[in-house]
Design a protein around this ligand. Structure first.
Ligand SMILES: [Zn+2]
Length: 239
């Protein structure tokens, strides 16, 4: 597949958000889902907010060992809004944003893993009309042109996010088996306000499933899940 981001970078349309940092180091923001007063899904012996922090920490350690500049949206048990999480990634700016979550189902019978491509608000329709106050700061650039550049970057980031989501599902399938593969998804609820970098949300499994929930509480399984996410990110950054 022709990489849209590469093409755009060649013709000079992409700004610093899609390029490597000043030293060539790639920057990744890892977002452990939930936290603080928002515990998320409930599992045996641990809640989603604890599981996501454990896996995120392992992913970050692995990426750092590969020389990646890793940032977390939280490293302790605190409440954060989605907007605050995205603001951290936008401010850096990050090359990639990965949010880690676990699932629950009303009947507690569902299991498996899935990855969402996070959509920048208004990307598919009239982005500028819907977007409002989310313009990336671009010193010295005409505001009208800045809006167009934002749209172009969001479009390119979308392709890269889809790529990363596919890699993540493949890496999870290798470790957790094909029967749990719920695929790559995209829906209206997974909107990442303002972000211009590729962004995904990984649901690593169902915490309330009687068998899978116990597996997710197992540090050996958590390490495998972290290995899958690390592999997907590292492959993506190397490409
Ligand atoms: Zn969640």
């Amino acid at each position: 597949m022709v990489k849209l981001a590469t093409t755009l970078a060649m013709i000079g349309l992409l700004g610093t958000t899609a390029a490597a940092g000043p030293s060539g180091t790639r920057r990744v923001v890892i977002d452990p889902g939930h936290g603080g007063s928002n515990a998320g899904a409930k599992g045996p012996g641990l809640n989603e907010k604890q599981l996501t922090l454990a896996i995120a920490t392992l992913v970050g350690e692995r990426l750092r060992a590969r020389g990646v500049d890793v940032h977390y949206t939280r490293t302790d048990d605190r409440t954060l809004t989605l907007r605050q999480r995205v603001a951290i990634a936008d401010r850096l700016p990050a090359d990639v944003f990965v949010s880690i979550h676990a699932n629950a189902s009303p009947t507690r019978t569902q299991r498996g893993y899935e990855t969402f491509v996070l959509t920048a608000r208004g990307i598919d329709v009239d982005g500028r009309a819907l977007r409002g106050d989310t313009t990336t700061p671009r010193p010295g650039v005409d505001p009208e042109i800045a809006l167009v550049l934002d749209d172009v970057e969001r479009g390119a980031a979308q392709w890269e996010a889809a790529d990363l989501a596919v890699r993540t599902q493949r890496a999870l399938r290798e470790r957790r088996g094909a029967s749990g593969d719920r695929g790559v998804r995209q829906d209206a609820h997974h909107v990442l306000l303002g972000a211009t970098m590729p962004a995904i949300l990984v649901e690593v499994g169902f915490l309330d499933h009687p068998i899978e929930g116990r597996e997710l509480a197992d540090p050996a399984i958590q390490a495998k899940l972290a290995g899958a996410i690390d592999e997907a990110i590292s492959d993506q950054l190397a490409d």
